[in-house]
Design a protein around this ligand. Structure first.
Ligand code: GLA
Length: 392
């Protein structure tokens, strides 16, 4: 009988460095879910804010819906001490990071933090360049479970080498830490980052708007959706394209647009990192963020990213294959008038004559058992998201 050489053997024969994911850390089998401080609070982070976010994650039902990581983004750090150890802002984090991590853990949640591969973070706090092993060790001692690693102030550094260095440093601590690569898709990380990080940003910074764009690279929802369209071959368990954290509930999108945003992130198998004020969200926003059937599309075991199967100008059809043989489908109306949009079975890989059960996810209602196609009216800037299950 022929046996296949284990991946690790192939890797060492090829002279490649073993990487964390190949070594099998078991993390991020499905896209990570959690909350991050940046989109709503930017530099205004504190121990109080993080404790409040952890409390609200539990009391709002977000934890029960699957959200797990509470991540502090930029600005928690101030300097390095005489031994080079990174120091958290003593005024904003008086109990220290170890105690804060313990408080988050006590809620049954996981704790995440942020650093940068360069000399300084984007907000000009100390970066991890030349301190990778020391920082990884410090994070592990604090009880960190997730590191977002940014790419500001990295002149002259090689992207892959820099991320590989921190990936190894994290691995060397022996603590399972999700590694979130954030270089905005500049060097096409979907080509090289599998096995180095568990997720990688694929785009510039999301803005809380439908289609605005900023000269420095920030962009609204539809621009991110468009940039994600071609990246579907690169997603899978332990390696996900990251279209950035959610703006759901931050005020710049209508309820319809917020639903479109969340639907697309689920179809993309995107990390679901809420970016709003969890303690102050409306019931409508909570219902979007905790929608079980839409989250199940995101968390499907295949980890496949959905793709666009039809583009007729303002009307689009997107499809994501799911592990039970059904398909998640988004009928997307970019236009400003209501539109009727149809999906035909043969454009989503279902035999045209087959009967299939159609369920409208946002309505939480079965539409029926249909043959060949389904058509629905879609609100402006809205989606109809359905799950189509062939009956064979
Ligand atoms: C970059 C990242 C953002 C955020 C900020 C913090 O812009 O892409 O997500 O982390 O830095 O300064």
């Amino acid at each position: 009988m022929r046996t296949l050489a284990p991946i690790s053997l192939v890797v060492s024969l090829l002279g490649l460095e073993p990487s964390p994911a190949l070594a099998g850390d078991g993390l991020a089998q499905t896209p990570p879910m959690g909350w991050n401080s940046w989109n709503k609070f930017s530099c205004n982070v504190s121990e109080k804010l993080i404790r409040g976010a952890a409390d609200a994650m539990v009391s709002s039902g977000m934890k029960a819906a699957g959200y797990e990581y509470v991540v502090i983004d930029d600005c928690w750090q101030t300097k390095r001490d005489e031994k080079g150890t990174i120091v958290a802002d003593p005024e904003r984090f008086p109990s220290g990071m170890k105690a804060l991590a313990a408080a988050v853990h006590a809620k049954g949640l996981k704790f995440g933090i942020y650093s940068d591969a360069g000399t300084m973070t984007c907000a000009k706090r100390p970066g991890s360049k030349d301190h990778e092993a020391q920082d990884a060790k410090t994070y592990a001692e604090w009880g960190v479970d997730y590191l977002k690693y940014d790419w500001c102030n990295t002149d002259g550094q090689d992207t892959r080498d820099a991320y590989m260095k921190m990936s190894h440093a994290l691995r060397a601590t022996g603590r399972p830490i999700v590694f979130s690569i954030c270089e905005w898709g500049n060097s096409k990380p979907w080509i090289w980052a599998q096995g180095i990080g568990h997720l990688w940003r694929a785009t510039g910074d999301i803005q809380d708007c439908w289609d605005c764009s900023k000269s420095w690279g920030g962009m609204g929802l539809v621009h991110i959706i468009d940039l994600m369209a071609d990246l579907y071959p690169f997603s899978g368990p332990r390696h996900f394209n990251d279209p950035d954290m959610l703006e759901v509930g931050n005020g710049g999108l209508t309820l319809e647009e917020n639903r479109s945003h969340f639907s697309f992130w689920a179809l993309f198998a995107a990390p679901l990192m809420a970016g709003n004020d969890l303690a102050a969200m409306t019931p409508e926003i909570r219902d979007i963020l905790t929608h079980r059937e839409v989250i199940a599309i995101d968390q499907d075991a295949l980890g496949m990213q959905g793709r666009k199967v039809r583009d007729s100008g303002a009307n689009e059809v997107w499809m994501k294959p799911l592990s039970d043989g059904s398909r998640a489908v988004i009928l997307f109306n970019r236009g400003s008038e209501e539109a009727s949009i149809a999906v035909a079975w043969d454009e989503i890989g279902i035999f045209p004559g087959a009967k299939a059960r159609v369920r409208d996810l946002w309505k939480k209602a079965d539409v029926g058992i249909l043959t060949g196609r389904y058509e629905a009216k879609v609100a402006p800037h809205g989606v109809v998201m359905i799950r189509i299950t062939p009956q064979y």
